[in-house]
Design a protein around this ligand. Sequence first.
Ligand code: GLN
Ligand code: ZN
Length: 728
Amino acid sequence: MARTAVLGLPRVGPNRELKFAMEAFWAGRSSIQELEATARELRRASWECAREAGIDVIPSGDFSLYDQMLDTAFGLGVAEGDYFAYARGTADRPPLEMTKWFDTNYHYLVPELRADQAFTLRADHWTGPLREAAELGIKTRPVVIGPYTFLTLAKGEKPPLEALVPVYRELLQALADAGATEVQLDEPCLALDGVPAAYADVFAALATAPIEICLATYFAPADPVVFALPAAEIHIDLVRAPEQLEAALASVTGRLSLGVIDGRNVWATDPDLALDRIDAAVAALGAGRVTIAPSCSLLHVPYSAARETEIDAEIRPWLAFRDEKLAELRLLADALAGDRDALLEPARDVISARRTSTHTNDAAVRGRVGALSPADYERSAPFEARHAAQRARVPLPELPTTTIGSFPQTAEIRAARREHKAGELDVEAYERFLKGQIAEVVSHQEAVGLDVLVHGEPERNDMVEYFGEQLAGFAFSRFGWVQSYGSRCVKPPILFGDVSRPEPMTVRWWQHAQSLTTKPMKGMLTGPVTILQWSFVRDDQPRSETCTQIALAIQDEVRDLEAAGCFAIQVDEAALREGLPLRHADQDVYVRWAVDAFRLTVATAEPDTQVHTHMCYSEFNEMMEHIVRLDADVISIEASRSDMEVLDAFAGELDYPNEIGPGLYDIHSPRIPSTDEIERLLELAEQRIPRERLWVNPDCGLKTRGWAEVRPALTNLVAAARRRRAAV
Ligand code: GLN
Ligand code: ZN
């Protein structure tokens, strides 16, 4: 019999219990014991759910109070003491850098290593949950981030890979002593370019431990070296990289775990497609050497599609979240051994219903995309001419100050939105409330002395969901939260059909905000790549095609804002980089269509309309030529935690020609930067980029911060800009 396995489970809770428990603890409203009790309860519920679904191999140790990389750092003795201090920072210590987990929208904390780094095992991070599950009568397979991935994703002065062997051997021994018979060693970095030949020796040294190792790769094709390793089991992602199956079957010596159910998306699995792969594996290896699994951890999908009773009844059956994916796993294993046609009939019906649905096709959208020509991707004047026209239209001081868009989403705002959604606050009252919020944000910015203002985005729950809700082609879940980082969750829209914009989405808010001030008010839009990247996207046509449709829909909004008199329009592309395929060979094609989509979105803007874009990350090194090709008039980026080093890429040979606003205030931390600190960052920026091309702004939007932090921080930001203006 083939067995079923899950690599990891969502952990934030079906109703975001973990988020609320963490936030209560941080706010001093509850004890660590209460937080741990919530966490224990969530783990129990996950394990029992997997057991009830008939899953053979259930993971443990994949749960985390904040992040699995931080946990691993603690488990290996790289971090110690106050756990949340690493994640959130303290008055005198900034938090660890945070960055995207591969090409997902999950963020991990980057462990910092020293040259003389010692590794000291604290096995209880893994043995604790293993025993906890055992007490519930559930046998689990501990999940451990492997040494190569840990080292690759860490930063600082890294020791050689071999230096981690003793601590990992000790860990494997400790797991065996605690009763585990197998361990899942997650090595997603083995699916990236540049796997060192030395990995084979390191793995061989681990494989002698008295425990079976399931070596898990995902998100891209495993490096061929993987298939020759003496692993009890190797897991491969056949959703992202089905082409690797043949090579794997030809080489593996143990079990092969087939990632045939998409762990990154929400669509029901085509059982016949999955079974084609499973059948091939069974034919080559025998059923006893085959494991059926999702492509990766289910961390990246929500809990239950069955709860989403508000989604159109035609579309809902097309969806599969955690619960449905677990059932699919069981179904595939049963179908392998049983009466296939009878078992699969309902699933096959769903697949063919989706394929033939009229919900997914809009002839007008297809016609508009089909008629595009290269000129549709070009603004009508080059940057120099646009720059002059913009300065003539709206003179700004040197080092203009601005923010990225959102202001604190206070409890008051969230409560009003909740009441409005629940029907307790009617449209007029809600809109009046929002206008009042906008007025406060505007007057605050005027008081602080910012130069280019924003309306603060109080009407937006989320920068993607807000637009998705107003665009045709999207569906929305009520409970479809997935973890983004720590206690932060996102609820990605579900993009199921052709996309268009029935009506203006932001114009009236912008108009209201601009009516309150003589300073320029930025229009604030989310770009097509980010909408694509942060949605669960249809998998029945190329992503590039879907992205072009979104670009045209947002272009309609750019036009309407401009017609309403908007001078500066920011099109956020926070997720441009995270969409980058993990393998170099695939990157060029992606970047080309992604940048094209941005260019298409803003191409119709007049030369004297200032197009801003914003990207909240700080790794641009291999991306610079593409960032240049975006040709935004102003780009704001995340920079504060990198000490402005990110600007080296903009100052290098390429000499980025347009304007740049490096983030000078780390909004991911509750710390308030002093004027001196911001001034120092600004000086560092000026050493790299001429002052004429610099803007002054925070790293990202302020929605997650409180007013008590934002007020002084922005005051200091403006003060720092004024000091630098005065300095010659
Ligand atoms: N305009 C958005 C905001 O300020 C941008 C957020 C982002 O880049 N993640 O919230
Ligand atoms: Zn951002």
